[in-house]
Design a protein around this ligand. Structure first.
Ligand code: C5P
Length: 411
């Protein structure tokens, strides 16, 4: 369980302000105390009443509120906290921060604080890319402020897209907890956990020298295993035949066929997290021959009879006793990626599906980059293109966060 910290959240005025309600809920759920300052513009988007109902605290809005000054002045508000978070940060609020303004409660607190400040911008892409905003971002970074995002995607305005969306709430929670964690613990959020990862293709024998395979390189699965190990987990990587080195600090079980992979996964249980990134062959040859099939003029072209392989993800996700707390599947598709992933989430009983488009034009299969959609029961997040190590780090950070919330709820 995360030990509760005090967070001062400054909500700026923007359409994304409503997402702060979700952020507050998540932070409270994790045992943190959240105190909120709202700018005047923010109150056009969410009311102090609804924010206060979630924080169970008075919401601060006015620098010259005498009561406020008597009970808790802006200097105390700025200092009696472990971290200051500005979300969403508008272009105007960032400009005023960069300029050292202090003409309202939000800016006065930001100037008076002696704690770290995280800023999550949200604005129209043109405003984000404007030279003035660029200058302000550089200035804020020079002043030691950490900027989170923004994410790229559709805007509230029709037909507008680009950089400027508030980063996803779970990513904000990850960043906040990272900033709050003591140095030694920062990178060990999976300590004491067991993570199983499947990776690579499987080879299904036809005869002693031939087999059915696919183009999976194992890069994404191996990166996931490495990322989990970096966060302190005990990792069992069950890998089909790949030409990659074994990741450092990871126990690797090498297998060839789907049947062997399933056996190895079962043998590795119990686990807290299981990630099925392998491209398992759906079918195997029903009766592989012990001798090489000969090409001879006398015989006709051989016919291969296929048999269905066990579905490893479904078997483990639906196992009544040994189901890991978090089961993550991958969906490699060449069309209707998200629709198929949603269907797969249900059919297989996974908690999350990481979906990607592997049609040859994307170069994802075997390549170093990946563009994925995270499909969960609460919705779909489309992540920007990243290299496979970055995708892995983000999935693993999310998984660590998810696990700690679940444990907190159960305790
Ligand atoms: O059904 P499909 O193969 O598209 O599902 C992909 C997901 O299911 C991946 O997570 C993959 O590792 C897993 N899978 C499995 N065993 C199979 C087939 C797929 O674990 N036989």
């Amino acid at each position: 369980m995360s030990s509760g910290k005090r967070i001062l959240l400054i909500i700026g005025g923007g359409i994304a302000a409503y997402k702060c309600l979700e952020l507050i809920r998540r932070l409270k759920e994790r045992g943190h105390q959240v105190r909120v300052v709202m700018t005047k513009a923010a109150q056009q988007f969410v009311t102090p009443l609804s924010v206060g109902a979630l924080t169970n605290e008075r919401v601060f809005t006015d620098l010259f509120d005498l009561d406020e000054e008597r009970e808790i002045g802006h200097i105390r508000l700025a200092r009696d906290t472990d971290l200051v978070v500005v979300a969403p940060a508008t272009a105007d609020l960032m400009a005023r921060m960069a300029g050292g303004h202090a003409d309202d409660l939000a800016t006065a607190v930001l100037l008076a604080t002696d704690k770290s400040i995280l800023v999550a911008p949200a604005m129209n892409p043109h405003m984000w890319l404007h030279p003035a905003t660029r200058r302000n971002v550089v200035q804020l970074q020079l002043d030691g402020v950490r900027i989170l995002g923004p994410a790229t995607g559709e805007m509230a305005e029709r037909d507008e897209s680009g950089p400027g969306r508030l980063i996803e709430v779970p990513d904000l929670v990850v960043a906040i907890e990272k900033a709050l964690a003591p140095e030694g613990l920062k990178r060990r959020s999976l300590a004491g956990r067991h993570v199983i990862v499947t990776s690579g293709p499987t080879h299904e024998p036809i005869d002693p020298v031939r087999y059915i395979a696919n183009r999976s390189s194992g890069k994404q699965g191996h990166e996931l295993a490495a990322a989990a190990a970096r966060l302190g987990a005990r990792v069992t990587l069950i890998s089909g035949p790949v030409s990659l080195p074994d990741p450092k600090g990871v126990h690797v079980v090498h297998v060839t066929t789907a049947a062997e992979m399933l056996d190895a996964v079962k043998a590795a249980l119990p686990a807290d997290i299981a990630i099925f990134a392998a491209a398992v062959a759906d079918w195997r040859v029903a009766h592989p021959t012990t001798d090489k099939i000969k090409k001879s003029a006398a015989t006709t072209v051989p016919t291969l009879t296929l048999a269905e392989n066990p579905d490893i993800l479904r078997t483990i996700a639906q196992s009544p006793d040994a189901r890991p707390r978090l089961v993550i599947g991958f969906a490699a598709e060449t069309q209707d990626v998200i629709a198929h992933a949603k269907a797969k989430l249900k059919a297989k009983g996974a908690d999350w599906i990481v979906a990607n488009d592997v049609s040859p034009k994307t170069g994802i299969m075997g390549g170093d980059h990946n563009k994925v959609h995270l499909v969960t029961s609460s919705g779909v997040e489309s992540w920007p293109e990243m290299n496979k190590a970055e995708v892995a780090a983000r999935i693993i950070e999310r998984a660590a966060l998810h696990l700690s919330v679940k444990r907190t709820a159960a305790e």
